[in-house]
Design a protein. Sequence first.
Length: 154
Amino acid sequence: MSEQVTVILAGAAKIGNDWKKPGDQITVDRHLVSQLPIEGEVLPASGTSIDDAITAAVSAATVLHEGQLSATEARAVEAEGQRDMLQQQLHATEARAIEAEAKRDLLQARVVELQAQIASGIGADTAQPDPVEQDTAAAKGTSKKTASGDKTKG
């Protein structure tokens, strides 16, 4: 049979099927003490030495501290993972931005090139007749000939 220790609860705890309130003084198995929120006062049960009760209290506090430390370390590892993921996303976004700027620069150069061609082409177009107007005039001339009765033998 394991040793029993009397403790005062610092927070609510479920012991067996019963909920105990903060401040309740309960007697529990020594191994269960490490899982309870206790206020630091540990009273020995009958037949238990003060040294054993203190050892149980220190053990409980150590387990509680280790649990809090482990939870903090887990949150730190998770935060580092999130930071690494965000840094990767940032680098990828920066790379896409650089690529987009390069494409923009190429397109701007092409626009300047096309504007120069248009500007030089305007001077040349004034000396030559418009090909669209020539096609329209040719189409009108053909329709007049067939309407006047000229028939081609075929």
